[in-house]
Design a protein around this ligand. Structure first.
Ligand code: AMP
Length: 351
């Protein structure tokens, strides 16, 4: 168990790390971050920030030497970076990153545990794409196997002709059949160092342009009927990875049951509602897990919850939300406002 006053290192400098560090501070810990990319928003809640490159082994060693335990908030941290931290001091284990960073490896892994992803085919060339569209049909979605997020690195293929017209990027790809879903949801769980697991309620997640727009509870019957099966898969994934911390699996609710979309080995945007909407937030439980503390209750505390992402220049008027009852604004403090960028979120509860 990490003593009070202990130091937690966070790989990554985005809003997830910022909210983790805020929870860590409440539990009496200090945080330092390793954040080479972008305008990091952890600096005001971390004692120190290393801005060295991901492959700077000397800087990583200096960072690790200052940390009692290390975790990550960003799933594209290079596996070699995570492996440079002594294995008994990093949670979750880097094997979770390795599995989740490649859409092909991730789907095969989850299938091996009995999960059902959308029909998919590996695409490394134009002839692979032709064969994939031939076999799986169109519409479908072509995705980069690595580094995609918030709908980036994805192309909707409406027909074989669309596929012919596309200039293929020179990276490994995967083609997925289009899933006719009724709704989207995620399972967010936390697993402790002793293997105990707790799970939050699953929200209905609505996306706009590939970016999460809202997460809401109650999630509705289509989702509620499928949550148990999805949870059981998520728990198997967590056990198989001997995972420690918060893990997220995203699903499509379809007429044939839950179809696995992807996993994120970290706290998740669709769990931001837990800060006000659950007894213990995803951020606090992640810190509890990596610190070896007892896990907190994940029960929902309200009849209804809506978390709305604030994207791009909507942040300039976000303070207007504060006039509404039981409404909580989280501004991530990002200096650069860009279209499509997650700038903050707002959570509204109905008690
Ligand atoms: P992803 O980055 O894979 O989570 O994709 C972002 C969003 O695109 C998802 O949340 C869905 O709304 C949509 N999407 C992705 N893959 C598919 C698919 N195979 N069929 C239908 N919609 C999809």
């Amino acid at each position: 168990m990490l003593e009070r006053g202990g130091t937690i290192g966070i790989l990554g400098g985005g809003q997830l790390g910022r909210m983790m560090a805020m929870s860590a501070a409440e539990l009496g810990y200090r945080c330092i971050a390793y954040a080479p990319e972008g305008d990091n928003v952890v600096s005001c809640v971390c004692d120190d920030v290393f801005t060295n490159k991901w492959d700077d082994t000397a800087a990583l060693a200096a960072f690790a030497a200052q940390c009692d335990v290390v975790t990550w908030e960003f799933e594209n941290v290079p596996v070699a970076t995570a492996q440079a931290i002594p294995a008994d001091r990093i949670f979750p284990h880097p094997r979770a990153l390795e599995t989740a960073q490649d859409r092909l490896a991730e789907k095969r892994f989850v299938e091996g545990l009995g999960g059902r992803p959308a029909a998919y085919a590996r695409v490394d060339s134009r002839s692979d794409l032709e064969a994939a569209v031939d076999r799986l049909g169109a519409p479908g979605i072509l995705k980069t196997r690595r580094d995609g997020y918030d709908g980036k690195g994805q192309w909707r293929i409406g027909s074989a002709r669309d596929a012919d017209a596309l200039r293929l990027p020179d990276v490994p790809l995967i083609y997925e059949g289009y899933v006719e879903f009724e709704a989207e949801f995620s399972v967010i769980l936390v697993r402790g160092q002793d293997g105990e697991m707790r799970v939050w309620d699953s929200t209905r997640n609505a996306h706009e342009g590939g970016i999460l727009a809202t997460s809401s509870l109650p999630a509705g019957l289509a989702i509620e009927a499928q949550v148990d099966e999805a949870r059981s898969l998520a728990e198997q994934v967590a056990d198989a990875l001997r995972y420690v911390g918060v893990l997220t699996l995203e699903f499509f609710a379809t007429k044939e049951g839950p179809i696995f979309n992807e996993m994120a080995p970290r706290v998740h945007n669709s769990g931001h509602w837990t800060i006000e909407g659950a007894v213990t937030s995803q951020f606090e439980n992640h810190i509890r897990a990596v610190a070896g503390l007892p896990l907190g209750d994940t029960a929902t505390v309200a009849r209804g919850v809506t978390m709305t992402n604030i994207i791009g220049d909507a942040i300039t008027t976000a303070q207007d939300f504060l006039g509404q009852p039981d409404t909580h604004l989280h501004d991530y403090g990002k200096a650069e406002v860009r279209q499509g960028r997650k700038m903050g979120h707002v959570t509204r509860l109905e008690r």
